[in-house]
Design a binder for this molecule. Sequence first.
Ligand code: C2E
Ligand code: MG
Ligand code: MG
Ligand code: MG
Length: 281
Amino acid sequence: RAKNRGKNTFQFYTADMNASAMARLKLEYGLHRALTRDEFQVWYQPKVDLASGRLEGMEALVRWQHPEMGLVSPVDFIPVAEECALIVPLGAWVLSEACRFTRQLQADYDFSGRVAVNLSGRQLKFGNIVDTVQQILQDSGLPASCLELEITESTAMDSDQEVGRALEGLRSMGVTLAIDDFGTGYSSLAYLKSLPVQVLKIDRSFIADLHQDKDDAAIASAVISMGRSLGLSIVAEGVELPAHRDFLRAQGCHMAQGYLYGKPMPAEAFRRYVQTFEAQG
Ligand code: C2E
Ligand code: MG
Ligand code: MG
Ligand code: MG
């Protein structure tokens, strides 16, 4: 009987695997098609200077408008795009879209902010990223000083020589480099300081409860003060409440990004957001 059950379990497992492999294949196929069918969009989320309340810039966040599934979250498709290498052309598309949009904002409004674009490790290793960025800046007319590239803490920890070389190349072009989701990996600030990085983004998991959790508050203020003393610019992500803002400002955090200031929004809506900011002076 045990043998039978084992067999049934095995059959069930196989069927299950086939189903998920099918779903996965469909997603992969859909992703490849999406790039040629123009189904991706870039949305923008404001980033605000905590001391002055001024709009400092925005983060570009990709969205997939699937014909049947509707809006798909990058949390669901970026990992797949990374595995099937589609992240290289997709990432380049996001970059060029974001640079073009930002250049247009500068032309139309009194906007001098920076746009931050997420890069995955694969783009740094195999994407010929330095040439790609240089070409995109040239085509869009956006100054390198107006582009910030975000890499996650785990990508930054990758000791691959190619990653280090790519970061040095980007930095020497005048692009700003940021460590994203800081605190979720196991890197030390001392190690990060050996990289050509200027900005540290504290992961939102430390921000959410800092007004009621002493440990999170302690971690956030330690990161802020150590980061500051290393000359880094500190951004808090996931700032949702006035209590978050007040705490972070008191601790000397430079910038904030989160629902308190605005959710990620389509390009046209962000354009209106900039207009409103400009009108307020
Ligand atoms: P991320 O780079 O850490 O981006 C911040 C995420 O936090 C965004 O999720 C944003 O919508 C969300 N967020 C911002 N403020 C708040 C807040 O106040 N509360 C809450 N609950 N969430 C907030 P999103 O847009 O779903 O993106 C998820 C992740 O997908 C990004 O995390 C990034 O790792 C990845 N991603 C997005 N676009 C790209 C891209 O173009 N390329 C690559 N490689 N990754 C991307
Ligand atoms: Mg990011
Ligand atoms: Mg982040
Ligand atoms: Mg995060």
